[in-house]
Design a binder for this molecule. Structure first.
Ligand code: AMP
Length: 504
């Protein structure tokens, strides 16, 4: 596996691999501690290859445990510490691990071995031999299992193999700076975008600069740390970028070495690109796209001034090396420029399916009869124009309101064109039968307008009428100070809906 090979190579150099709130780990430390964890797993579990659960935030030793699991031939399952215990227990029940490393210091209701941080230190500092590559996870073995929210309300396990991750690194690395540098390590391990730092970053010999939950919650403290970080490559969701740009401190003076922003996971807006280009004139912006099922990201677009000026959405770009993309509509390939279709991903980054849910997997994973490639139907609607893919919403986020067909993203994009609106999130409000009754929009304003909520809503609706037909203008328009984010750093639409219930 690429990351384990490069780790070994860099361990001779004295480079720093990880900076965390309490200190740092060199590539050598990472190599020694991950080997120690792998030896312990091999000694303790023998032939049993069940995955290892890593339950925490971004504690320093989570990374050596993650790499150690891989070196022992086992997958790991990261569970973020903010996940409620009940949901964490559901994941553990689905995985049936023999070992849980609980950085949270808590116990789960489950019969197996829990390693607390104290016990872990003895394991990681035990001297011993390197674990040979024959023991490592092999190409078709699962390397991690991530749990995404399932339509049933229970988390759905997505295994990703070592081969998938190697293909992802090979596809992404041509977009990274040549060697070295400092990369932001803010995205939760339980969200695959963290792989941009953990896999691609380590493969490039970069230093991962940790921003944990506590730091991300208090931007002042976070910026104080970032100011001393020497950060060269920023990786986050656009929403975290939005949060940061609200502070006037967030500019090139704070991060003088920053040369690239990499965004993934949700729509990257024109407004954010414009604000970042102004504040960080030396940094390039990369918009990337991908679902967990096809390993982190499969497209990339370097955002140009022309794209920023264009009325089209910011493109998600072209397939990264090794990946094949195709648009389909009603079973037929879409070849016409500008015509919308469902995006299909084919190639070596497409994962093996869903954990214990073969029927669910059959609906979306397939083998392409023509090429023999493994494929995944994303449910994302895209069109191709000027050599680039553009994302235009979910196939399943389309709704009808009073007979009119509406795409929520369409409304959001248009509300974002209003003079004082930075970001919009629109939510359908449904009745008990699930029929949409009306739409509510939550808006993050560029600056305070000093209006009462009622006067503001009236003014914004009037302005929106220039871009949207009346039936697409949300009935309720509410300004928010910031958007609640879910554990993956995306806008938490459920939390917004709950907020709406409390609003008269
Ligand atoms: P996840 O599996 O949590 O990474 O979510 C994948 C979904 O996020 C995709 O299927 C898209 O709907 C959305 N997504 C990811 N990246 C982008 C992007 N750059 N622009 C728009 N939507 C995105």
């Amino acid at each position: 596996m690429l990351v384990l090979e490069t780790l070994k190579a860099f361990s001779e150099t004295g480079r720093t691999a990880l900076i965390h709130p309490l200190g740092s780990l060199s590539y050598r430390d990472l190599e020694i501690r991950s080997d120690a964890f792998a030896r312990w797993l091999l000694d303790t579990l023998g032939e049993d290859r069940s995955p290892v659960v890593l339950w925490g935030d971004k504690e320093a030793d989570l990374l050596p445990c993650l790499l150690g699991a891989l070196k022992s031939g086992r997958a790991y399952v990261p569970i973020d510490s903010v996940i409620p215990k009940d949901r964490a227990a559901q994941i553990v029940a689905a995985v049936d691990p023999k070992v849980v490393v609980a950085f949270t210091g808590e116990e789960l209701p489950w019969e197996g071995r829990t390693l607390s941080p104290e016990k872990l230190e003895a394991v990681l500092s035990a001297p011993g031999e390197k674990v040979p590559p024959e023991n490592w996870v092999q190409k078709s073995d699962p390397a991690y299992i991530l749990f995404t929210s399932g339509s049933t309300g229970r988390p759905k396990g997505v295994p990703i193999t070592a081969g998938n991750l190697d293909a992802f690194c090979q596809g992404l690395l041509p977009h990274y700076p040549k060697e070295g540098g400092v990369i932001l390590h803010q995205v939760s391990y339980s969200f695959d975008v963290s792989g941009c730092a953990v896999y691609a970053g380590l493969c490039r010999g970069m230093t991962l600069f940790t921003v944990d939950h506590q730091m991300a919650a208090g931007l002042g403290e976070c910026f104080d740390a970032l100011e001393r970080s020497g950060l060269t490559l920023w990786v986050s969701t656009p929403s975290f970028g939005e949060l940061c740009i609200q502070s006037q401190r967030f500019d090139q003076r704070l991060l003088p070495h920053l040369r690239q922003f990499l965004f993934c996971g949700e729509v990257l807006t024109h407004a954010l690109c414009d604000a970042l280009s102004e504040r960080f004139p030396k940094a390039q912006i990369l918009n990337t796209y991908g679902p967990t099922e096809a390993t982190v990201l499969v497209t990339a677009a370097e955002v140009t001034e022309e794209m920023r000026r264009d009325s089209l959405p910011i493109p998600i770009g072209k397939a990264i090396d090794g990946v094949t993309l195709r648009l389909e509509q009603e079973g037929r390939e879409v070849t016409e420029e500008g015509q919308t279709g469902e995006l299909l991903i084919l190639g070596p980054t497409v994962g093996p399916g869903y954990l214990g849910q073969p029927d669910e997997a059959k609906k979306v994973f397939f083998i392409d009869p023509e090429t023999g490639l493994r494929g995944y139907r994303t449910g994302d609607l895209c069109f191709f124009r000027n050599g680039l893919y553009h994302y235009c919403g979910r196939a399943d986020n389309q709704l009808k309101l009073n007979g009119y067909r509406i795409e929520l993203e369409d409304i959001e994009e248009n509300l974002q064109r209003l003079r004082n609106v930075r970001r919009a999130a629109v939510i359908p409000v449904r009745d008990q039968e699930g029929i949409v009754q009306y739409l509510a929009a939550f808006l993050l304003l560029q600056e305070s307008d000093g209006l009462t909520p009622l006067k503001r809503a009236i003014a914004l609706k009037k302005e929106a009428a220039a871009y949207l037909p009346p039936y697409m203008i949300p009935r309720k328009i509410l300004a928010v100070e910031s958007f609640p984010l879910n554990v993956n750093g995306k806008i938490d639409r459920k939390a917004l809906a709950a907020r709406l219930e409390k609003t008269p």
